[in-house]
Write a protein that binds this ligand. Sequence first.
Ligand code: FUL
Length: 481
Amino acid sequence: MRKLVCLAASLFLLFSCKEATPPQPYGAVPSERQLAWHQLEYYMFVHFTVNTFTDKEWGYGDEKETIFNPTALDCRQWAKTAKDAGMKGIIITAKHHDGFCLWPSQYTEHSVKNSPFRDGKGDILKELRAACDEYGLKMGVYLSPWDRNSSVYATPEYLTYYRKQLNELLTQYGDIFEVWFDGANGGDGYYGGKRETRKIDNKTYYDWPNTHKIVRKLQSEAVMFSDAGPDIRWVGNESGMGSLTNWCLLNRDQMYPGGDFAKILGEGHEDGSYWVPAEVDVSIRPGWFYHQTQDSLVRTPENLMDLYYSSVGRNSNLLLNIPPDRRGLLNERDVESLLAFRELREKEFSAELAKGKKVTASDCRGKAFHSSNINDGNPETYWATDDDELTADFVIDLGGATEVNRILIQEYIKLGQRIQEFSVEALVDGEWQKVVDGTTIGYKVIRKFPVVTASKIRVNFLKSKACPVISNVELFRAPGA
Ligand code: FUL
């Protein structure tokens, strides 16, 4: 009898659902290039330079080009590993703080062209491009603004040099998906033999707006990363921790790379006027560059899984650094851990339980926005409530007692990031039990909870800036408790 009443109620809701117009976007929304970036989720960082051969993290800038001598460099091995690991691209340190260039820049002698690598005829960017194309990966570049080798660093002339190098990178190596602007600057360096400390004003020296224009002009689809965007922001730490509350929004106008903003960058700004989502950059080893002494300290697959939850699971992308060793290869230990992490991830998310199950909601904006859109596998359809319904819930009927311990939720971010507070409950033996308390959602959140044997799962949107707009919900029974 109870079942019949429920069926009648849901049929009533379905047919009472009216024709309606879509919700208006709320606040800042992502650009096309940002939407494409969100979907990448997980990609590789490659830190490689003279440091690999001097065992340093920050080269001083006085390293002889001749020390750069990888004996078996193979970008195809990097790309194959990235592909096998389930990553979508590779971002390479074309030039780190030491100023040594992995491509034969025509504007400096401090590059591969004066090293024994490929008898001075080598170009790692070119080799990486070919490897990324072969494996269907995107390619990005890191070009350190701080240059401890350049004699003109800290003068206006350096800016011209920096931009010419950027120009080389953005015109000679095909499509670039992300340009990484690092904010680090420690002051002292070789600087063409002066060996002194050079202070610059992070806010004004680099004239970022005009550098950004170069990127937009030469690679209109590339996103730009820095502490302050303009497209993608640093998450504020290098330990792999995205923030549980994570707005894709930022008041970036007063911010700049190298400023003191780490505390703000995790959460972003709830009232931010620009869409600037967070990227979690973290290394598989304690250092960013390869050091043999750290061979025993490679993150385990389980640890990488934790990183995945604290990055991709918290509305951020994961940029995981795998530093090549002195051979120019990703070390066997790192590769093994990466591939085992992929297997773990596949097992973790292999049993999806929500797809095709009946979903009923407290409110329906109209037929096109019915709650059945949240588990139809189509990211372009979504459930939305009426404009004035800022609190709402939906219930997924699992069709019988089912073990579940993970939930994945996505907002339809083309219409902005709206949810401020949500909770998840499970119906266990006829009683609703709360399993998750949450704040923001955004592109994606994945939350763990102890296994419950539930017949239904209810997601409550408790506070929202504008009517909830949800494109996808998935439930899993991951191995373990
Ligand atoms: C930092 C740099 O100083 C590190 O060496 C590394 O490149 C990291 C990704 O960014 O700011």
